[in-house]
Design a protein around this ligand. Structure first.
Ligand code: UDP
Length: 416
């Protein structure tokens, strides 16, 4: 069997005060015909990154609404995840050439995992490229099982300009899915034709420990514990250590901001994901910067900086930066806005839609980013107002209940 991820329990009623009776009633109504549906979400990692964040929140809610939802992860090792990270980068537009060896590795691990997909489901949602070939091999190994199963490929990354070699290969495996979900219309690769393309942006869970309301005092206590003290002004970026998140650009921004605000600190908070070996190389380079400058602080999940600490950083930072160069969605933007903290972020992928109701500034370069951060630091009252506007935007469009509604509609349309 593919490894099952234990998700705990959550009740849809718990969201009543946040989203209102009408939304809860709509979700229950939508889910009624889906009661008993056997649904598997399959991805590559149980922790680290936005997809695991989403699944951890949405699966218990689907279960609570009567769906027999499960979250399972494929297994792989460094060799496989090196290849799938190359896929990730190439599909986001990095120019690279696809080798025969990579193709072989990708297929061998997908074949192995397809053999482990023994249970029967009514619907299977495959997240991202890592397990995308499971459908094809599952049909080969278990021709009599999953005969009526609806297969959905859920793409979380920006595939608007994929590197042709990788995309050509992957496209063959996803064309036969019953539906393909992208975050936004822009992300559909130019030559991809499919009769059932659906657009669903991700969302944050306001009741997860990462997003629960914290008082200023409690947030400060949490940060004291890890060495960020109350008299310290700080800006932060919370992201996997990934070239697309531009952590070195953030350090350059900090150096420019420091010219105006000499006492500013920078907290780079990064998590290591099981399926992201590249993170280690970048982490080492960032640590070298950290050692040179006592005002740069680097934190990771490896030293216990996890959900509640991320919450405290996003709550207390004067400004959150998300200097992405490419971005699928960037959950961290909505997470920060939900705490009323203004965000200065790269104008790319799913970020602009999160800032459309206010909340911060979109930027395309290091100097522009630094200028906007300095502006917000220099105008704290306005920064507060901008942050609050962003929070209302998230309430309207980017809470987990909206995501749940869109997924339920998708399942209904496929399974009747
Ligand atoms: N995250 C975290 N700790 C870290 C860095 C990131 O918990 O040190 C979380 C972050 O809060 C967010 C997710 O990982 O929930 C990242 O999702 P996002 O969509 O921003 O980016 P992805 O990693 O999926 O590209």
């Amino acid at each position: 069997m593919l490894q099952l991820v234990d998700v705990g329990k959550q009740s849809i009623e718990a969201y009543l005060n946040l989203v209102g009776q009408e939304t809860i009633a709509e979700l229950k109504e939508l889910a009624r015909p889906l009661a008993g549906l056997r649904l598997a979400h399959i991805n590559a990692t149980p922790y680290g990154g936005g997809v695991s964040e989403l699944l951890r929140s949405i699966v218990p809610l689907e279960q609570n609404l009567g769906i027999r939802a499960e979250w399972r992860v494929i297994s792989g090792d460094e060799k496989f995840f090196n290849v799938t990270k190359r896929f990730h980068n190439a599909l986001q537009g990095q120019v690279c050439s696809f080798t025969k060896e990579e193709e072989e590795t990708y297929l061998v691990y997908n074949i192995r995992n397809a053999r482990l997909l023994e249970d029967e489901y009514d619907a299977i949602i495959i997240h991202d490229p890592q397990p995308a070939a499971l459908r094809a091999f599952s049909k080969t190994f278990f021709p009599h099982k999953n005969i009526n199963t609806k297969w959905i490929w859920r793409c979380h990354i920006d595939t608007s300009q994929p590197c042709p070699d990788y995309w050509r290969f992957l496209k063959d495996y996803i064309t036969d899915y019953d539906a393909v979900i992208f975050t936004m219309a822009n992300f559909v690769p130019p030559d991809f034709k499919h009769e059932n393309i659906i657009f669903i942006p991700p969302a944050i869970d306001p009741l997860s420990p990462k997003n629960l309301p914290l008082s200023d005092d409690l947030a400060q206590n949490i940060l004291d514990w890890i060495g960020i003290y109350p008299d310290e002004l700080f800006i932060t970026q919370v992201s996997r250590f990934d070239p697309w998140k531009d952590p070195f650009g953030v350090i350059d921004v900090y150096r420019l901001v420091q010219k105006e605000f000499p006492h500013i600190h920078l907290a780079l908070v990064g998590s290591m994901a099981l399926d992201d070996p590249e993170g280690w190389e970048i982490y080492e380079k960032i640590m070298a910067e950290d050692l040179k400058d006592p005002r740069i602080h680097v934190f990771t999940n490896l030293i216990g900086v996890s959900n509640i600490e991320v919450n405290a950083f996003q709550h207390l930072a004067q400004v959150v930066i998300q200097k992405s160069i490419r971005e699928g969605f960037g959950l961290v933007v909505s997470e920060s806005l939900w705490k009323g903290t203004p965000v200065v972020a790269g104008k790319t992928g799913g970020i602009p839609m999160q800032l459309q109701d206010g909340g911060g500034f979109l930027v395309t370069s290091v100097p522009e980013c630094a200028e906007r951060v300095i502006y917000l630091l220099s105008n704290p009252e306005e920064a507060k107002f901008i942050g609050q506007q962003g929070k209302e935007g998230v309430r309207k469009n980017f809470l987990i209940t909206r995501l749940l509604r869109d997924e339920l509609r998708c399942l209904l349309s496929l399974t009747g």
